[in-house]
Structures are given as structure tokens and as C-alpha cells.
Design a protein around this ligand. Structure first.
Ligand code: NAD
Length: 517
């Protein structure tokens, strides 16, 4: 057990009878205020304030963690690896615009702040989100993983054409020694145009044997690197959707039997997810396909294993989940959202195949649903804005993805407002920081427990980590609970859960102290 002196001193301590710092834990007692709304027979609503007592317990010792990426040799995998090395080795590099040093821009945990409170003069005091609770430092992560392409990470980084040459040059030696583990390739699931990459494969067609191999890889990686925990991230190609078939992937038993029988509808990503669930390693799906078939979610719940997904929310969708939230909450009615993308990296090449594009289209399509449903003054029941998503593969733009969006809105007295957006960005430089955030928040959730008055002991949160929604395009949530896509609500959830864990009330923007006599 760690004693207090061996832990880094927190940036702040909470001064409250409801909060206790022990050598091992931060313990907080917290009142969760909500409002229960019931409908009367005459249609009127009754709103009843509720208060539920929770206790939270956060382990203070930050473990030594490993991140294993499926698709390690891809653009995201190689970019993230080089970036972490640049931090570890405190590198600087030159481009035509001058000397650069590593940063974690684009990571909400590493590069954003939260308002802790106000000082005695009434001025806001902000602290880094990363200092709200003890969190893993991304620079300390040990990185590894699998890829169906056997190129070493230096070759992969070169193939990705994302980072500046002067940086690549300096990390190349170290990365040339990093070689992805062989992976699972069921050609039917990714585009046929990926076939020439597939030269690093786990042999055979026995899907149970594949699960066991992945489990062994995770155990070996943990042992070799002396790690406390491993988190696995799917950042491999987008797969086609797996067909949902009763008797195959609908229940935990059926899914296990389907794996045993090497059923053709069990996707590589589902094999990885199963291996992680059985191995107790959290698994996050950064691509859009339906890896988590219902039977797998049941299995995760049964094992109390953490899962999260789907699809990194990096560019266009992130903008959409912020902009539509703003418009609808401003009382402006988007009637059409038309999104074009073109990109020239391997992701774009894979998505040029119809069935893989279809996965992406589905993942991008539901993002405004909750915001639209929340405003019945603008939208009738079941009314939706027109929403179209087009993705084209244009090799010469490489990783520098272009997203063109038009938001057509209805405004006051029958008027129209058309907003056009043109977003150009290196895709992998937006996605890599999200991987960092997903890992860091997932790791925290393995150390954060809660208890209600009815419970005799502390428990971890539900297997499906909906707290990760901010980083994900089609957030998975606990079965039967609502999906929140609105970006500001997703961020508020992170901030307030972090606050609750240290016994601080939810942040509100009332600013009463500035508004009264
Ligand atoms: P990429 O094509 O450069 O990398 C994917 C890697 O996965 C390749 O190296 C490929 O060889 C490997 N691979 C394919 N199938 C595999 C398997 N079964 N096992 C192991 N490795 C396998 O793509 P990328 O740009 O790094 O993006 C990765 C994924 O993240 C894509 O599915 C993409 O749709 C998704 N995504 C990316 C972004 C973004 O980059 N901004 C945003 C959202 C989602």
C-alpha cells in the first residue's frame, strides 16, 4: 500500500467534512440532486426534487499502465506512438515555421481546465482537468499492440505521412524496434483493398484459438513490461457491420457457442473484445462497426469488465454535436445537415468500399437525434432534419481530411440561415489525443467506485463506460438508458463526476455572487 508521502501531492485538497483523504483513497460523501417528473391524468406535469446519497472512493495510486492498440501500425497507432516518444525523450523538431516541442493539444484531460471555484475576491480559479483526480500521465504509458501489417513502427510512421520529417527522424531508431504482434484477419470484414497489407497474421480459422492467443498476448505484454493494467483500443480498420442473428450473437451463451463454432459472423473486433472481457482488460472500440453485439455486452456485464465505444469523435461529428446543440438550444431549427468528406489516407481507402462506408454512415447519422428530440417546440414528434453524409477517397490529400458541411436552418418568420463550414485537418492529429483521453478516463474508472445507502459494499460503475461519450461518435450507453450526443452535456458529465469524486458540488453557471446586491 502506498502511504501519503509516496504519492504526488494533489494540486488542491477539498476542505469538507464529507471528504476524507486516506493513504490509499479519496473518499467522498455526495448528494445527487435530480428532478423526478410525473404526468398527471390531465396531462400536467409534477416536478419533484430528489436527493440521493452516494459515496465515492477513488484509489490514489496511479498504476503503471500499458496500452495495446489493435491496428498499431496504422496512422493513429504510429502517430500516437511517436508523439509519446517525443514527450518521453523531450524532443524538439524544426519545420519551416520554427522549433516545435511536444504538446497534448486536443486532449481534454491534458489540455483543458475546469473552474474549481472562486477566490476570496470572487475571481474564477481554474485547474487542469488532469489535476482534479489522480490520473495516469500519458507520457508514462507503455505502448504495444497488433497489426495485420508486419511493418515496424518506424516504417508505419513513414507510410502514414503525418508527422514532420525532423521529428520522424529522431524517433525512427526507437520505433524501428517496435513490431506489431500478428493479428486476426477475416477478409470479409474489411475492404478487399486492404489485402496487400495483410502479411502478419495469426494462423488458422479457429476463432476460440484466436481468442486464447489474444489473451496470451495481453498477459505476456503485461508481464514483460511489469504493468499493473492493460487497456486495449481498437484503432484498426473499420469493419462492416456484423449481421445480428438470433441464436448467434443475441445472448452471451449463443455468442460463446458461435465463437466455439468459428461462426462466420463473428468479427475480428468482437474476438478482441471477448479476449479482453475474459482477461479483465478494458476494451474500447474506436471504429464505427457493431463490435459489441448484444451477446458481448451481456458477457461484459457478467464479468464486470469495462467496455466503451464506438468510433472516435474527432472532427466533423464533434463540430456537429457542438453546433446543433447550440442552434437547437438557441431556438433555431436546423432543417438540413449535409456533410461531405474527402480524405486520402488508408482509412479513406478502406471506407471507399461500400459495406465499410455504411458502418461509418450509420455511426455519423444518429448524432443529432437527442438534441432534436429535446425540443418539441421546433420539431414535431419523429420529425428530423434531413441528414446526409458522403465520404470520398482522394489519395492526394493524404491524412489531411477535408470536411464540408452545410447547415440549413429555419429562423424567425419563415427566414432561412445557411451556415457553411470547411474543416481541413490532419485526421490522426485529432484522433491520437482522443485515444489518450479514452485510455486515461477508462483507467480512472477501474479505480473509482461508488456506493448508495442500500449497498453494503462499493462497486465499480456499469461495464458500459458512457462517461467516454465526449470522445465517441456513437456513444454506447448502459442498455436501456438514453444516449447523450450534445457535446457540452458530455463534457459537463465528465467534469461533474470528477467533482463528485472529490466531494464538490456540480458546477453551475449561476454566478449568484456576482448578480445580487
Ligand atoms: P489506418 O488504416 O491507418 O490504420 C488501421 C490499421 O489497422 C492498419 O495498419 C491495418 O493494417 C490495421 N488492421 C486492419 N485490420 C486489422 C486487424 N483485424 N487486426 C489488427 N490490425 C488491423 O487507419 P487510422 O487512420 O489509423 O484509423 C483507424 C480507425 O479509426 C479507422 O477505423 C477509422 O475509421 C477510425 N477513426 C479514425 C478517426 C480519425 O483518424 N480522425 C476518427 C474516427 C474513427
Amino acid at each position: 500500500t502506498a502511504n501519503d508521502s509516496s504519492l504526488p501531492a494533489p494540486l488542491f485538497k477539498v476542505n469538507s467534512a464529507n471528504v476524507q483523504y486516506t493513504d490509499e483513497h479519496i473518499l467522498s460523501k455526495y448528494s445527487y440532486f435530480n428532478t423526478l417528473v410525473t404526468k398527471q391524468s390531465d396531462g400536467s406535469l409534477i416536478a419533484t426534487p430528489t436527493e440521493t446519497a452516494y459515496e465515492f472512493k477513488t484509489e490514489r495510486t496511479v498504476p503503471r499502465i500499458g496500452v495495446m492498440m489493435v491496428g498499431w501500425g496504422g496512422n493513429n497507432g504510429s502517430t500516437l506512438t511517436a508523439s509519446i516518444l517525443a514527450h518521453k525523450n523531450k524532443l524538439t523538431w524544426r519545420t519551416k515555421s520554427g522549433v516545435h516541442s511536444p504538446n497534448y493539444f486536443g486532449s481534454v484531460t491534458q489540455s483543458s481546465t475546469v473552474r474549481l471555484g472562486v477566490d476570496t475576491e470572487g475571481a474564477d480559479v481554474h485547474v487542469p482537468l488532469s489535476q482534479m483526480l489522480p490520473l495516469v500521465n500519458p507520457t508514462d504509458m507503455v505502448i504495444g499492440g497488433w497489426d495485420i501489417s508486419g511493418k515496424n513502427l518506424a516504417e508505419s510512421m513513414d507510410r502514414a505521412k503525418v508527422l514532420a520529417y525532423d521529428l520522424q527522424r529522431q524517433v525512427s531508431d526507437e520505433m524501428s524496434k517496435m513490431v506489431p504482434l500478428p493479428s486476426i484477419y477475416y477478409p470479409d470484414f474489411i475492404a478487399a483493398n486492404q489485402e496487400d497489407r495483410a502479411d502478419n497474421l495469426i494462423p488458422g480459422n479457429n476463432k476460440r484459438a484466436h481468442v486464447e492467443q489474444i489473451r496470451k498476448d495481453i498477459r505476456d505484454f503485461k508481464a514483460t513490461n511489469g504493468l499493473d493494467k492493460v487497456i486495449v483500443m481498437w484503432t484498426a480498420n473499420t469493419e462492416r457491420f456484423a449481421e445480428l442473428i438470433d441464436g448467434v450473437n443475441d445472448t452471451a451463451e449463443n455468442f460463446l457457442a458461435a465463437v466455439e463454432a468459428s461462426h462466420e459472423e463473428v468479427a475480428p473486433s468482437s474476438i478482441f473484445a471477448l479476449a479482453c472481457i475474459e482477461e479483465g482488460a478494458p476494451f474500447i472500440n474506436g471504429s464505427p462497426q457493431n463490435t459489441f453485439v448484444p451477446g458481448l455486452i451481456q458477457l461484459a456485464e457478467r464479468h464486470k469488465a469495462f467496455i466503451g465505444g464506438d468510433d472516435f469523435k474527432s472532427g466533423q461529428t464533434k463540430m456537429k454535436s457542438a453546433l446543433v446543440d447550440f442552434l437547437v438550444n438557441a431556438g433555431i431549427k436546423p432543417v438540413a445537415i449535409t456533410s461531405y468528406n474527402h480524405l486520402g489516407n488508408n482509412d479513406g481507402k478502406n471506407l471507399s468500399s461500400h459495406r465499410q462506408f455504411r458502418s461509418k454512415e450509420i455511426s455519423k447519422s444518429t448524432v443529432v437525434d437527442d438534441m432534436v428530440a429535446a425540443n418539441h417546440l421546433l420539431y414535431a414528434k419523429d420529425e428530423h432534419p434531413d441528414h446526409t453524409v458522403v465520404i470520398k477517397y482522394v489519395p492526394s490529400v493524404g491524412d489531411s481530411k477535408r470536411a464540408l458541411d452545410e447547415y440549413e436552418c429555419e429562423i424567425f418568420m419563415g427566414g432561412r440561415q445557411s451556415i457553411s463550414m470547411y474543416n481541413i485537418c490532419e485526421d490522426s492529429l485529432l484522433a491520437s489525443p482522443l485515444i489518450i483521453d479514452l485510455v486515461i478516463m477508462t483507467e480512472l474508472m477501474t479505480r473509482l467506485e461508488y456506493k448508495t445507502a442500500e449497498m453494503t459494499k462499493f462497486s465499480t460503475f456499469h461495464s458500459v463506460l458512457s462517461i467516454l461519450s465526449y470522445m465517441l461518435k456513437a456513444p454506447m450507453v448502459t442498455p436501456g438508458t438514453p444516449v447523450v450526443n450534445a457535446l457540452s452535456r458530455q463534457r459537463t458529465a465528465i467534469e461533474n463526476i470528477f467533482r463528485a469524486a472529490v466531494g464538490l458540488s456540480a458546477n453551475n453557471e449561476m454566478g449568484l455572487e456576482h448578480k445580487i446586491w
